[in-house]
Write a protein of this length. Structure first.
Length: 187
């Protein structure tokens, strides 16, 4: 007689739990930087002042100006400041004769400089030169986030053309400014 075989027990197969796969992270979106920074207009007056700190105090008291930004320069000077009166901002700094940036009390040069934000500073700079402007400072990317250069128009007025390239915090701007001053031998 043939022995009956018992059916073999099915071996239990342990299946590993499916591995959790982290969802793919989307590439970070590149932040779009506006060529004219928020809070500015295309054209901004830039005053050259002998005694910029005192002038800031005067504009605050006399016209109700609020200070938006102040960057110190070597020698106790103000390298750049921005004030707001009403809905308009204007820029100012102490005079720097070595950069042909002179206050009206000096009697030479223009004490008002125009600061013009544009979408494409390289194209506008070239266009201005082709129409008779003289380069005072070549275009370059600056530590404060703008690509800028300075021109003198055929009538003697100074124009600073710029495209805003980076949004920076005041702390980052201060850090970069200190690094730039060291490079220039002023810090």
């Amino acid at each position: 007689m043939v022995a009956k075989r018992k059916p073999a027990k099915k071996a239990s197969v342990k299946r590993a739990a499916p591995k959790k796969v982290a969802p793919k992270k989307a590439a970070p979106k590149k932040k779009v930087v506006k060529p004219i920074p928020p809070g500015y207009h295309s054209l901004t007056a830039y005053l050259c002042i002998d005694g910029a700190s005192a002038a800031i105090d005067f504009y605050k008291r006399a016209f109700g100006a609020t200070e938006r930004l102040r960057m110190d320069a070597p020698g106790g000077k103000i390298g750049h400041a921005e004030l707001v009166i009403g809905d308009s901002a204007f820029m100012l700094a102490d005079e720097f004769p070595e950069m042909n940036f002179r206050a009206p009390k000096g009697g030479t040069g223009s004490s008002v400089n125009m600061h013009l934000y544009v979408k494409d500073v390289d194209a506008m700079f070239t266009r201005a030169i082709l129409h008779g402007a003289t380069v005072l400072r070549a275009l370059e990317d600056k530590f404060y986030g703008d690509r800028t250069g300075s021109l003198e128009d055929p009538f003697g007025h100074v124009w600073h053309l710029a495209t805003h390239k980076e949004d920076l915090t005041p702390a980052e701007m201060k850090r970069r400014g200190a690094e730039e001053a060291k490079k220039q031998g002023g810090g």
